[in-house]
Design a protein around this ligand. Structure first.
Ligand code: 5AD
Ligand code: SF4
Length: 469
């Protein structure tokens, strides 16, 4: 979601004549888009801001801005901790970025633009305060245009006790289906092959109009016929909204990728209750069984928080058991990080020592890595269709691949595939025969040498030697 906001903000400014430059030294405007989901992400931003202090001292005309969730959460506090910052803009105020920059440039800074928020605010006033930011797309401006994110909803209506998102992004607001269709059509016309629909709880999408309700499954069916689009993905799902209708849509619509990211967070009933996730481990297991039954080839991935308030060794063992059973393609595992303003931070002590959180994190990761490796091994000898994303970062560095460039791309089930090939295959679909695996990657060889049609879009060529995708 943040990556999309960064792209949209950049597109908006580029339409007004701003240009990207390769370094902060060369920039007149330096903007940080920020995340506040864990403390670590915020610490990184404050130290990056600290590193700019000298630059600002010698070039006071440079404008430094902080955008996004941390801007909304910390507000004035950012000016206190980093007095050289000129502009702080929350996610619900991003549409005003151009005029805010103009006002700062005219000497009217520093400026704070965040959505008014309070615990007791009415839902209707929060809907107004958190204005969705979906300006018209200019897909050619941000590479690679053959893959695009499309926001279908902003905000979140859940109240997970550990999570800061509803407080910094406001309540759920779904975009009208017509607007989404129009955006995807425009992206397809500009050469987009794959869209990833975004929402904090994307499978709770619903839009009511004229006595009808359009849900995610309906939206997928509406997107399927759009010419040019070859793959449709959607993230992130909430277990409570994984309906049979949605599973059947994924099974039946050829362009919709068999991939579900459904965070479970914990395998212990007591912890899920304290997290206010709204389901039990038994419910999650039943949901998983429905996915496996309806879409057997689907890859399922998950998120976990270890060391949440009051998590005992027995609770953690239950999470281990769930990971062993579920056989996720991969899982993102995080140490609990208390977020100011959340219910957990107010009501429950952060009582699991950091060393224990770290140990549980490593243990779970090790188990998941073994499972990921075993699941990937099933692909050895199989042929997969890959959308090539460009040269592989690790492949470029490995000595044995100095003579042959390694490319990276993804299968429909979101597995990363690395194989030797011509960089001009970037943005093309290829068939790759899998010959080896790691827990995170499938390794293979091109099945047949495809005809190289360098992907180009509105004069920008992706895969030529001057442009790094
Ligand atoms: N501490 C640690 N991890 C968190 N997440 C969300 N809030 C926190 C927190 N306070 C994790 C959840 C979520 C993912 C995006 O980030 O696992 O699914
Ligand atoms: Fe946060 Fe829960 Fe909403 Fe996800 S569903 S964004 S974890 S409040």
């Amino acid at each position: 979601m943040n990556e999309l906001d960064s792209q949209l903000a950049a597109e908006l400014l580029q339409q007004l004549g701003y240009e990207m430059v390769p370094s902060a030294r060369k920039a007149d405007v330096i903007l940080f888009n920020t995340c506040s989901v864990r403390q670590h992400a915020e610490d990184k931003i404050y130290s990056a801001l600290g590193r700019l202090k000298h630059l600002k001292q010698y070039h006071p005309q440079k404008i430094i801005g902080v955008l996004g969730c941390m801007a909304q959460k910390d507000g004035q506090e950012i000016f206190r901790r980093a007095p050289h910052v000129d502009l702080v803009v929350g996610p619900g105020r991003l549409r005003y970025l151009p005029e805010l920059l103009e006002r700062v440039a005219a000497g009217n800074g520093p400026l704070l633009a965040v959505s008014p928020w309070s615990e007791s605010a009415e839902r209707s006033s929060l809907l107004v305060a958190f204005e969705p930011f979906d300006p018209p797309r200019r897909p050619q401006s941000v590479p690679p245009p053959f893959q695009s994110y499309v926001r279908i909803m902003s905000g979140c209506n859940k109240a997970c006790t550990y999570c800061v998102v509803p407080r910094v992004r406001g309540p759920e607001q779904c975009r009208p289906p017509e607007e989404i269709l129009q955006e995807v059509r425009r992206l397809a016309d500009a050469g987009c092959l794959e869209v990833t629909l975004l929402g904090q709880t994307v499978n709770s999408y619903q839009y009511r109009s004229g006595g009808q309700t359009v849900r995610l499954a309906d939206l997928l069916a509406m997107l399927q016929p759009i010419e040019g689009i070859r793959r449709i993905r959607f993230v992130t799902n909430h277990p409570r909204h994984m309906t049979d209708q949605l599973l059947q849509a994924v099974r039946d619509l050829s362009k919709v990728c068999p991939y579900f990211h459904v965070p479970v967070q914990s395998g212990a009933d007591a912890i899920l209750r304290r997290m206010q996730r709204g389901y039990t481990p038994a419910y999650y297991r039943e949901m998983l069984a429905r996915i496996r039954q309806t879409v057997p080839e689907a890859a399922v991935t998950s998120d976990f928080i270890v060391g949440f308030c009051g998590e005992t060794e027995e609770d953690f063992e239950q999470t281990v058991r769930l990971v062993e059973e579920a056989r996720f393609k991969n899982a993102y595992i995080f140490k609990y990080s208390p977020r100011p303003g959340t219910k957990a931070a107010q009501a429950y002590p952060d009582d699991v020592p950091d060393a224990v959180k770290r140990r549980r994190n490593n243990e779970l990761l090790q188990i998941q890595n073994r499972i990921s490796l075993e699941e990937n091994q099933k692909f050895i000898g199989r042929r997969v269709e890959v959308l090539v994303e460009g040269p592989s970062k690790t492949g470029r560095k490995s000595p044995e691949s100095q003579s042959t460039l390694q490319l990276t791309g993804r299968t429909p089930c979101d597995r990363i595939v690395v194989f030797p090939g011509d960089r001009r295959l970037t943005g093309q679909f290829c068939w790759v025969r899998i010959t080896g695996v790691t827990p995170t990657t499938l390794l293979g060889l091109l099945e047949e040498q495809p005809q190289i049609v360098p992907y180009s879009c509105k004069g920008i060529s992706y895969g030529d030697s001057t442009l790094q995708v």
